[in-house]
Design a protein around this ligand. Sequence first.
Ligand code: MLT
Length: 327
Amino acid sequence: MPTHAITRRVLSAAIALLASSAALAADYPEKTITLVVPFSAGGPTDVVARILGQAMAKSLKQSIIVENALGAGGTLAAGRIARATPDGYTLLLHHNGMATSTTLYRKLAFNPMTDFEYIGQVADVPMVLMARKDLAANTLPELIAMIKSKKDAMTLGHAGLGAVSHQCGMLFLSAIGVPLTTVPYKGTAPALSDMLGGQIDLLCDQTTQTTSYIRTNRVKVYGATTKTRIPSLPALPTLAEQGMAGFEMYVWHGMYAPKGTPPAVVARIGTALREALNDPNVKARFAELGAEPVSDAKATPEGLRTHLKAEIDKWGPIYKKNGAFAD
Ligand code: MLT
């Protein structure tokens, strides 16, 4: 076949593809969108997803259902979205684990830097270090002393390797130099429920889940993991101000679509995300739970890509040095 005929065919195929993706974008969304959360229902990521999903549904004039796809510290859900049909009807809300799991898992079914379209960052959430209500230690120094003397009898719950509760718990234990038996769950909702029932002792968890338990005195809380006090829990000192200088951990969230989702669809979802983050009801609900919506500039594909890359570059060498891996 002559070269000009091949060129014509390639061109018409490209034009047809562009036309079909433009048509898809023009009609989008014409059916329910699924927002996948990699951890348990009722937990902190789920709470953020449901607040956001409701507001984005208003903007998109289409319903958004939240689906909890559990397992392997969030990596199963991320792998599933990486392979989903790239049509804007399956999205993922994930947190720090998107960056840390690249180093923590030797075998991963996705590459965070190449397998997704980025919608944008979402919100930042502080964490708190807590224990079951009847634990005898009332202050951080008492807790540290108790862990040191009873380390073989104490347990720390978390939501798996790649979960922020795991990362936070490990940062705390390595700062005080004492390893504890850890108990993995598929989210911190079941971990908290076990802690309330006295099955585990400690949990480092996000304020999007813990705020009401702290306010109603159903858990013992020792400190915030953030650099400065949490505005919605002003009486709670940070771990850093109680002598753990430099201790800082907060949870950031990103929204992702499968690679190949048409740019106009990504842009439409992005607009809905920014509208939701500026919605006064969302802002009020987030503020009550200690969550801070990101700026419009961060709630963009570039905002998320830049942050994700920086987090991979930050945590990769730390985890490699400490040899913390899953198979
Ligand atoms: C959850 O939603 O259960 C948490 O985000 C899990 C975690 O990463 O600690």
